[in-house]
Each structure stands twice: as C-alpha cells, then as structure tokens.
Ligand binder design. Structure first.
Ligand SMILES: NC(=O)c1ccc[n+]([C@@H]2O[C@H](COP(=O)([O-])OP(=O)(O)OC[C@H]3O[C@@H](n4cnc5c(N)ncnc54)[C@H](O)[C@@H]3O)[C@@H](O)[C@H]2O)c1
Length: 370
C-alpha cells in the first residue's frame, strides 16, 4: 500500500454493477482511490476512465493485475472470467473483491479461495444483500436468541425482467447457470450466514423464456440457462429452508427491484427482511401478528462509515457498503466478510442444486475446511 495509506484500487469490468454499487462506494470512502480501470471494450474503458476520474485505463487485465500503483482490485466481469482474473490478481499480491459467483463451479471457486488464502491477500465475495440493514438486524435477532431456536427459513426473489437477450448471462459457457447463479446464490449465502451450514439439499431449475431476440429486435442464439430455481435444504443445526427465485414473474416489476422476502421462524418468534423496505423489519410472535419495526440506528450503516442512511433509496444505498467493508479489511489488516470461503460454500450448494435437478435426488453436502 502507498505510504499515504490510501488504498489504490483497480476495476476489472466496467459495466452495470460497478456503476451502481462499487463506484458510489468508492466515492464515499476517503481511504480509497480509483487509480486504474480495465474493460475489454476499449471505448468503454476510455470513457469510464474519464468519467470516473481514473489515472489510466487498459483493455488487458494482466496489465492492471501487475500494475505497481494498484493495491486492490474489484472484479466485475462475466462469470467465466472471475477465476482467471482473480488468479492473476492474487499472483501479483493484490487484494481482491470479486463478484459472485466466485467461479463457474465449486472446483473453480475452491481454487480461487485456496490461492487467495495462501497468498495472504484480503479476499471478499460480493454478496450484496448481507449488507441490507434489516438483514444485519435479522442476524443480530437470531444470534441474540430473540426468535428462539430457528425452525424455518424461507426466501422468495421474484423479478419481472424483459424476455429479450440477457447477453453473456444466458449462455452456459459464460454464466454457468441463470437465476440460480445470478440471484438464488445470494439467498443461499445469507441463509447460511444466518443459520450456519447446510447439510443436504434438493432442488430444481426450469427455463421458460427463449430470449432469442435482442432488445432492438435482432435475432441471437437462444438462452441456455434457467430463469426459475428452487431448493429445499436441511441446516446442520436442525432448521429447514425453502428458496424460490424467478426472473419471469409477471407483475413483480416494482421499479426493477421486484419482490424479495426472506424470513426466519423461530420457536419464539418470526422476523422478515424485505428488500424494498430495508430500514424496517417485520416481527411477530404468537398473539402478536407480524408488524413493522424500525431497524435500530446501529444497524443502518457500518461502524465508522461516512454514508448517510437518509440520502438515496434505502434499497440501493446499502450496496455501497461492500467497498467500505473491503477497504476496512485492508486498512485494518483483517479478513473481509463475506470472503472467498463464503463464495465457495454458496457455490457448493448451488452446484448441488444442479446435481439434484439432474439426478432427481437429495444431495449430501460435505464440510470443506477453511
Ligand atoms: N452482487 C450483486 O448484487 C451483483 C449485481 C449485478 C451483477 N453482479 C455480478 O457482477 C458481474 C458483472 O455484472 P454486470 O451486470 O456489471 O455485467 P456487465 O455486462 O454490465 O459488465 C461486464 C463488463 O465486463 C467487461 N469484460 C468482459 N470480459 C472482460 C475481461 N476479460 N476483462 C475486462 N473486462 C471484461 C465487459 O465488456 C463489460 O463491460 C457478474 O459476475 C454478475 O453476476 C453482481
């Protein structure tokens, strides 16, 4: 790191998620500075460097990963590139925040995790929804015993996306899977963050939209991936879970946010996280139906963060906290949360869902040592 203690960041992939999540996070963080940007699209790379105030740009990820004026990278490229880009960055001793899924399979995710661990770099998987204030409060309520022993976990993530081409997202070689790797994998991650590891799962996927046209009407090879995914799971601590995700649920647009509901029913009470209202949680007990309760102030923003919980749409602004956590871990010389191990754990479960679907059976999950 530079003697000034500023964390010098390089961004690999300059598309939507960097624009909406990571760049605003970087701009809020006085401890970090965007130095280099990289995209295979040379026009976009030059444009972003100028718009975002980066010192330089390149189309070659190897150049950015080897650059001596970069301490840490953010990888936000299509899923098939996560492994090679992360490996290149780790090889050059860079700290890495990588988008989910960490790889196209648990084998890839495992390789990336072990390399980062052995290289002693800070590594983080971008499991965004862990940072929602109501999710952080839900975790606290479970850990403090407020809900009693957890019995059921339930997650619904419904989107109403256009049925035109998803670009790289709709091909197995570049995405690995559809809704399962794009959306449900987040929910697998936060369920395990709340309730611990899963022991066995059964799942299914389905595809309804062909997506053989682009938004301007030209034809393209049809989608090869799921747009609906589900699983049922047993947690090692005894609770059971049910997840359902879809990107083709008509009437669930909600300004692009769709519908998200995740809840835990414990022996003493229930608590519900909803993406659209992350500054409130629903709480209920026998004789006291679910009702909205404000999330306490200490859960609205991470400790020390300059982010205001009042400015911007609450369903968007918590996403800026990922960069805060990544930079905090680097500055404080500690592990980031969630890290690549969490990325691997979620990938193992997502792979097991695909295996369960193919083989029409429950799949037992082994324990992978840290
Ligand atoms: N955590 C979240 O909530 C969240 C949200 C959206 C997307 N994502 C993930 O972020 C990643 C990117 O998604 P997006 O929506 O920003 O995609 P996008 O298509 O908008 O952007 C990807 C960019 O990467 C560039 N690219 C492709 N290969 C490259 C390479 N080898 N080197 C450098 N640049 C390259 C593309 O030209 C493109 O500009 C995906 O893995 C996706 O799953 C995560």
């Amino acid at each position: 790191m530079a003697s000034s203690e500023i964390v010098r960041i390089g961004c690999l992939g300059l598309g939507k998620v960097v624009e909406y999540h990571h760049l605003p996070g970087l701009r809020l963080d006085p401890r970090a500075r965007l130095v280099g940007v990289c995209d295979v699209d040379p026009v976009l790379a030059a444009q972003r460097a100028e718009q975002w105030g980066a010192d330089w740009h390149t189309t070659d990820f190897r150049q950015l990963c080897a650059a001596s004026d970069i301490d840490a990278v953010i990888i936000a490229t299509p899923n098939d590139t996560h492994r090679p880009l992360a490996m290149a960055a780790i090889q050059h001793g860079k700290h890495v925040l990588c988008e989910k899924p960490l790889g196209l399979s648990a084998a890839e995710a495992g390789e990336v995790y072990r390399s980062a661990r052995d290289a002693n770099v800070v590594h983080m998987t971008a499991f965004t929804y862990r940072f929602a204030p109501s999710m952080r409060y839900l975790k606290h309520l479970i850990a403090s015993g407020d809900l009693g022993s957890p019995r059921h976990f339930r997650s619904q993530r419904f989107l109403d996306l256009p049925e035109t081409s998803w670009g790289w997202r709709q091909y197995l070689a570049t995405a690995g899977a559809g809704d399962l790797f794009d959306m449900t994998i987040h929910r697998i991650d936060f369920a395990m963050d709340l309730l611990g590891p899963l022991q066995r799962v059964t799942g299914a996927i389905a595809q309804f939209a062909q997506r053989d046209r682009t938004s301007d009407g030209s034809s393209c090879p049809p989608s090869q991936v799921d747009d609906w995914s589900c699983l049922i799971g047993h947690f090692a601590q005894g609770a059971v879970g049910v997840w359902e995700g879809t990107t083709v649920a008509k009437g669930y647009g909600n300004d692009g946010y769709g519908h998200e509901w995740a809840e835990v029913n414990g022996a003493e009470g229930s608590a519900v996280y909803r993406l659209r209202d992350p500054h409130h949680i629903l709480l209920g007990r026998t004789g006291q139906d679910l009702h909205s309760v404000p999330v306490p102030r200490e859960f609205l923003t991470p400790s020390g963060s300059p982010r205001s919980s009042n400015s911007g749409d609450p369903a968007t602004i918590f996403r800026y906290d990922l960069v805060w956590e990544f930079v905090s871990a680097i500055v404080e010389q500690r592990d980031a949360v969630p890290d690549f191990y969490d990325g691997l754990q979620a990938q193992i479960v997502a792979d097991a869902v695909l295996q369960s679907h193919q083989e029409q059976r429950w799949v037992e999950l082994g324990v992978v040592p840290r």
